[in-house]
Design a protein around this ligand. Structure first.
Ligand code: URA
Length: 434
């Protein structure tokens, strides 16, 4: 086979066989296929698309490029969760202890934030001593002992995704449904769980800007899962405004703890309970999703999920004292209010603009490898549909300096748009794809 023929086939909209896809991905890993050829092929895939069978074959080839964790010794069902990325998205920190406290082990590999969306690993690293880099043995031992592990994605699982993703980033080929679906699912399959719930974010602060695009991606990932024996369900959730109140690493950890205390923001609680109840149902711990939601609500009310979170933090080397005293988390020295210059109803809160402002203030990275400040970020005080009076505080900026706070204040203010008419609060959960 020749790389140029495979590129030409895709250029001319021909379906690639499993053998061609395997050959191409193996060639990428061995260096026989060059970066220029991969770039050309990615663009052809991006423009021409892939049939479901090709996407499944591409996913399988990416899984085969590395190791696959065997979690069968943990129990009959290990759960996993994935978010396509959003602003203020701390759901893993709520869903994992909830589900684990209800008796379903959760083994999850997570990412760092990149671009305007945050990452769970960065959030967890706000906790003093918390270890996110675990070996495969440590990963297994922790999930066996505690019922939860959340670790950084290791480079030996689906390494072809690492190579492809880096090239996609510089060749304008990230926004391709088969490439996104195979990238996410190859990592989920390699991480070894039996069932995964996919939180597909929809809206201005998400990869998928429309409900239709999100549904198509969710269906593609569910079908790939089915093909390889990984149960997958997707929850389409709103990202037209940040999730919860807090955006920024330590601030989001605080909000997750508040939520596990039963004092969380309504949208975060609803998304977390929905994701968690699908995992419980998939694991066979409830006869229906509604019954699973009732189980999780009583787990939350009993304080068991907060205890599980404490156990999890300690098992990964973290100092759990912040759970009782949140001021022990990194605190930014400067706090500045952003006030509203008019009265009205909140019509929209540009999640992407807030996410970009969080990068600007140091909570996220502009490019991979940048260092971040765990203490900084924003706490919003309004949601879409709320009424605000002139002079009311829209948000509090937590910054390293007054200068940094001043620099982002205009972006935070303009992220909020107001109207005189009453506005309906948007739903947090849009659709379930199963
Ligand atoms: N997340 C991933 O892991 N891969 C993509 O391609 C997009 C989002």
């Amino acid at each position: 086979m020749r790389a140029a023929d495979i590129i030409a086939a895709k250029r001319d909209s021909r379906e690639l066989s499993a053998e061609e896809i395997n050959w191409f991905i193996s060639g990428i890993m061995s260096g026989h296929v060059t970066d220029d050829q991969v770039g050309a092929w990615l663009m052809a895939v991006c423009i021409r698309g892939m049939a479901p069978r090709e996407t499944a074959d591409l996913t399988r080839a990416m899984v085969a490029s590395g190791k696959r964790l065997d979690l069968s010794s943990v129990g009959p069902f290990v759960a996993d969760k994935h978010s396509t990325g959003g602003v203020g998205d701390k759901t893993t920190l709520v869903v994992a202890p909830l589900v684990a406290a209800a008796g379903v082990p959760v083994g999850k590999m997570s990412g760092r934030g990149l671009g305007f969306s945050g990452g769970t690993i960065d959030k967890l690293e706000s906790i003093r001593g918390f270890k996110t880099q675990l070996s495969a043995d440590e990963f297994l031992e922790t999930v066996r002992k505690v019922g939860i592990v959340v670790a950084a994605q290791t480079s030996d699982l689906a390494p072809a995704d690492g190579v492809l993703y880096k090239l996609r980033d510089v060749t304008a080929t990230v926004e391709s449904l088969p490439l996104i679906a195979s990238s996410i699912m190859s990592k989920k399959i390699a991480a070894g769980a039996n069932g995964v719930v996919l939180d597909v974010k929809v809206g201005k602060g998400a990869f998928m800007k429309t409900h239709e695009q999100a549904r198509e991606l969710a269906e593609a990932m569910r079908d790939i899962g089915r093909d390889v024996g990984l149960q997958a369900r997707a929850v389409l959730s709103g990202m037209d405004q940040p999730l919860g109140w807090a955006v920024g690493n330590a601030l989001e950890i605080k909000e997750a703890v508040q939520t596990l205390r039963g004092e969380g923001p309504g949208d975060l609680v609803e998304v977390a309970l929905t994701l968690g109840s699908h995992l419980l149902h998939m694991a066979g711990k409830a006869n229906s999703v509604d019954e699973a939601a009732d189980v999780l609500r009583s787990v939350l009310d009993s304080g068991k999920s907060l205890s599980k979170f404490r156990e999890f933090v300690e098992a990964q080397g973290g100092d759990s004292a912040f759970i009782d005293d949140p001021d022990l988390l990194p605190n930014a020295p400067v706090q500045r209010e952003v006030t509203s210059s008019s009265s009205g109803y909140i019509a929209s809160i540009d999640a992407e603009a807030i996410g970009r402002a969080s990068v600007e203030i140091g909570a996220g990275r502009a490019v991979k490898g940048d260092s971040i400040d765990h203490s900084v970020g924003f706490v919003l005080h309004y949601k879409i549909g709320d009424r605000v009076e002139r002079g009311g505080s829209l948000a509090t900026i937590h910054a390293a300096s007054s200068k940094a706070a001043e620099a982002v204040a205009p972006s935070i203010e303009t992220a909020f748009s107001l109207t005189r008419e009453q506005v309906q609060a948007p739903p947090s959960v849009l659709e379930i794809v199963q």
